[in-house]
Design a protein around this ligand. Structure first.
Ligand code: ADP
Ligand code: MG
Ligand code: MG
Length: 880
């Protein structure tokens, strides 16, 4: 028979998939002797089976829960619902991957009108008893029964106002008793039934609520955003309660063993005296820094330090720890690997290697390639920052520099962002309902909450700039403005946020590109020593080429020549070339373009030095260069002194029904060989000139859109004839390669033939995906969303390489190519070259390099190292 319920003493940290992250770590901590309140875990399998049983709890499961509960009562010497010595429990969700704030927790379960008196007497603290009771009713109603929280909060606020209190902690036992009565009335009004008084019934309702919460919309959104499978289910932890709300010698808090923003090796955390559960996170009172615990309760502080160090040593990673102090006795309620910014991730990983805790390989594996992107993002420019008008200062909750228009709710933020606006989400405080808005916004600003508030934790997890707890803002979310002093900032106004200092500025402050250094460099040296795959870049200008080299690019994998034709001062000559009715006329136009192209290539060769530069000859359909508007056509006809009608006829002539499958790529060279001849001349002459400057250039000429070997042989002969002739006449020795892009399925299938004529292949996976699937790149966005939602496609194949289909074509192309040309050099230059899972695939099929846009070069380097390390360890899956 399947075992569905485990005591904390029966589990270990390795049992995450069964017990959930929280449950497995509670078990582990119990076993290593930490002060964890006893309890048990109902497994994730029980949750998935619950869904299979049409959301019913079955009798075997109920029996197991009963028997574990009896064991717990025995251990604690208390009974659930007892009138004199009652056991209270928390019911906590715990998925395999931590999903902060996504699932719901119920505290103080087991309270009813009898047991509340039992607690009051047993703990000699009526205030505690009724404070716990009112929390329980509210949480239970909210989590299990969907009664909106504000209905209860309104009562609490009103009572505080009537009594003239500032804080919840000022409420007396009598006040709380009245509040409990009112809460129960609200419950009955909302649900139509009395608040359940049978504790076991409460427990089962809570367990079901946790199971159900696995599929609440915000949990689903979170999983979607973080690529967490939807069928894992959540475990339920039932744990005996400890009380942070007994008075001034109690409290509750959250701490990280290192700073989660910077990675600094210093305990970082907050706590609230006389508080329970999520009070710290909810930002109801401003929490105190963990440092002051030293003065408040020195012995507890020392014990806490000892335990945090022990936990970090045990898990060999930065820990995020939740704790509660009950009458100066410390309890640990949770530990997990802490979420951190990518900067902190890198600093912690490198430090831990230096401290001898983890290996370099482990350090590299801990860096999620995708997230390194954040480090490469802009910061505010010093001068602009000095001149900027500082509006307010909040907490530096998640670093980064963001500027945008303010919006006061998630929906407006999403709507404005989808129109291409840069937006900032400004809220009193955020809640899980705001997730979509947080994703859409450039940054997040809240008036309430601390460094461990929802906004702060989620923003750090997303790598998004956040300023939290900016108390001087008076925000009116509904009316859509905030005030600071006399100043009003309305919806749609620009402000800027500095998440590293907590500063909020008026207007959009200028930003500059970041400089990488120190630990990042160290880590990247390790990365480069571990990977086999080379990383090149896609760059069309010397500027992009230089950025990419700074980011570690080892060559250019794709230099497109189109943009050189599109530049304003060149377009007349380009048009002349296209309109030309005779070879002679076309040659005249090309002669004008030649020197410009040569200059372009020289700039790129200089920027890349001795690294390889793959230049792709002209690809787009010719009509793209021609004017569309009547007045532009008339003007062009005048400057070229040809009749308007002739020009119009020529433009019409060039129109295509399906330009993507039309007269482009090497097909242009089949009809107009002189175009590629000019480009080849410009490349080779440019290379020779730069070689004479003392740089050993390595040009590679790439012919696009080849479908058959004869096509390649023909177009290649145009190129080599020109190139060899120039080299022969020059006084330098220049080596160059000619290869092709494999982007038409027929080319991949006949790659053995094509490889006889090519020195290299570069897989153009954008077009290969387009033509392999038959999905137009320009129209697919109209329907691909549905494909993903309906699970027909898991990912957009234009972003993440479809390994099973398009990837198979690539693999086949490699194998066939090598079978006839063992020395052939192989790479990929589609968007996929910078996407981690695709990079891993490229490693597995044995490509020599990937090529991606400059900012993705570091991402690809790390992904390539991961691929090599995973291959070595035979491990494909890693924890999130
Ligand atoms: P989340 O996954 O949202 O962090 P938790 O299950 O960790 O939710 O519960 C939130 C908070 O509730 C904990 O940080 C802790 O402060 C409080 N809590 C949970 N269980 C107990 C318990 N047994 N005793 C006291 N407080 C508890
Ligand atoms: Mg927690
Ligand atoms: Mg292409």
């Amino acid at each position: 028979m399947t075992k569905y319920v485990y005591s904390f003493s029966e589990g270990t940290k390795e049992m995450k998939s069964l017990l959930g992250g929280k449950g497995a770590n509670l078990a582990e901590m119990s076993i290593i002797g930490l002060p964890v309140p006893p309890g048990f875990t109902i497994t994730t399998q029980a949750c998935t089976d619950y869904y299979k049983q049409n959301k019913e709890l079955w009798s075997d499961l109920l029996d197991e829960i009963k028997s574990k509960l009896a064991e717990l009562e025995q251990t604690m010497g208390k009974k659930l619902g007892d009138a004199t010595n009652p056991l209270l429990v928390s019911v906590r969700s715990g998925a395999v991957f931590s999903m902060p704030g996504m699932m719901d927790t119920i505290l103080n379960l087991g309270l009813n009108d009898e047991s509340v008196e039992g607690i009051a007497k047993a703990m000699n603290n009526p205030r505690l008893a009724y404070d716990s009771y009112r929390r329980f009713i509210q949480m239970f109603a909210d989590v299990a029964m969907d009664v909106p929280k504000y209905k209860f909060e309104a009562i609490l606020e009103r009572t505080k106002e009537q009594k003239g209190y500032h804080y919840d902690t000022e409420l007396t036992a009598e006040d709380l008793k009245g509040i409990v009565a009112e809460f129960k009335t609200v419950y009955k009004l909302e649900i139509g039934k009395d608040f359940p008084s049978d504790p076991f019934e409460q427990l089962l309702m809570a367990v079901r609520a946790v199971f159900n919460s696995w599929n609440n919309p915000r949990a689903i959104t979170y999983r979607r955003l973080n690529d967490i499978p939807h069928d894992l289910g959540t475990a339920v932890n039932v744990q005996s309660m400890v009380f942070g709300n007994t008075g001034d010698k109690s409290g509750t808090g959250v701490a990280f063993t290192r700073n989660p923003s910077t990675g600094e090796n210093k305990l970082f955390g907050e706590y609230l005296i006389n508080a329970q559960g999520e009070d710290v996170v909810a930002g109801i009172r401003t929490p105190q820094s963990i440092d002051t615990l030293k003065d408040d309760m020195p012995a507890v502080y020392d014990e806490f330090i000892r335990i945090t160090q022990l936990l970090e040593n045990h898990y060999k990673d930065m820990q995020d720890i939740e704790f509660t102090v009950e009458d100066e006795k410390l309890y640990i309620l949770q530990t997990r690997n802490g979420k951190r910014t990518s900067q902190a991730a890198i600093n912690v990983a490198v430090d831990m290697v230096e401290e001898g805790r983890i290996s370099k390989e482990e350090a590299v594996l801990r860096i999620e390639p995708e997230r390194v992107n954040e480090l490469l993002h802009p910061k505010f420019e010093d001068k602009a920052l000095k001149a900027a008008h500082l509006l307010a200062k909040g907490l530096p909750a998640s670093p980064g520099a963001a500027a945008g228009k303010v919006y006061f709710n998630a929906e407006d933020c999403v709507a404005a962002s989808s129109k291409g606006e840069k937006t900032l989400l400004v809220r009193l405080e955020t809640s899980p309902e705001d997730i979509e808005g947080m994703v859409a916004a450039e940054g997040i600003l809240t008036a309430r909450g601390g460094m461990t508030s929802h906004a702060a934790v989620v923003a750090r997890g997303m790598g998004k700039c956040c300023v939290a707890g900016c108390g001087t803002l008076r925000i009116d979310e509904r009316a859509g403005f905030f005030k600071v002093g006399d100043l009003t900032v309305k919806e749609g106004d620009y402000i800027s946020l500095d998440g590293s200092t907590g500063s909020v500025y008026l207007g959009a402050v200028d930003r500059v590109e970041p400089k990488l250094s120190g630990k990042f460099e160290t880590l990247m040296t390790w990365v480069d020593g571990m990977r086999k795959l080379k990383v090149r870049t896609n760059a069309d200008t010397p500027k992009d080429a230089r950025i990419a080299v700074d980011f570690g690019a080892e060559g250019i994998g794709l230099c497109r020549t189109e943009h050189m034709f599109f530049e304003a001062e060149r377009i007349p000559a380009v048009r002349e070339m296209i309109i030309a009715q005779s070879l002679e006329a076309r040659m005249t136009a090309l002669a004008k373009l030649l020197p410009m192209q040569r200059e372009d290539f020289m700039g790129i060769f200089r920027a890349m030095g001795e690294r390889s530069v793959t230049i792709r000859l002209l690809d787009p359909p010719l009509h793209e260069f021609l004017p569309r508007e009547e007045k532009d056509i008339i003007e062009l006809a005048r400057t070229m002194s040809i009749p308007v009608d002739d020009l119009k006829a020529r433009v019409d002539d060039l129109q295509e029904f399906n330009p993507m499958l039309g007269h482009r790529g090497c097909r242009l060279a089949v009809t107009y060989p002189e175009i590629y001849a000019m480009q080849a001349q410009a490349i080779i002459e440019g290379a020779i000139a730069v070689k004479k400057e003392g740089i050993d250039v390595k040009p590679e000429i790439m012919i696009p859109l080849i479908g058959s070997v004869k096509e390649l042989a023909y177009v290649k002969s145009i190129v080599t004839e020109v190139a060899d002739d120039i080299i022969a006449k020059s006084d330098v020795k220049l080596n160059y390669l000619v290869g092709t892009m494999i982007e038409i399925p027929r080319a991949a299938i006949t790659a053995d033939e094509i490889a006889k004529e090519a020195q290299f292949f570069s897989f153009g996976t954008n077009d290969l995906t387009q033509m392999g699937f038959g999905f137009s790149r320009d129209d697919a966005n109209k329907f691909l969303g549905e494909y993903e939602e309906k699970g027909i496609l898991e990912k957009d194949p234009f972003q993440v390489l479809d390994q099973a289909g398009i990837g198979k074509l690539v693999k086949m192309g490699c194998e066939l190519g090598r079978s006839t040309n063992p020395d052939i050099h192989l790479g990929i230059c589609g968007e996929h070259g910078g996407e981690p899972s695709s990079v891993e695939f490229c490693h597995r099929i044995g490509l020599d390099y990937v090529s991606c846009s400059p900012f993705r070069v570091p991402v690809a380097r790390i992904a390539a190292a991961h691929a090599a390390l995973k291959e070595k360890s035979g491990d494909q899956v890693r924890d999130k």
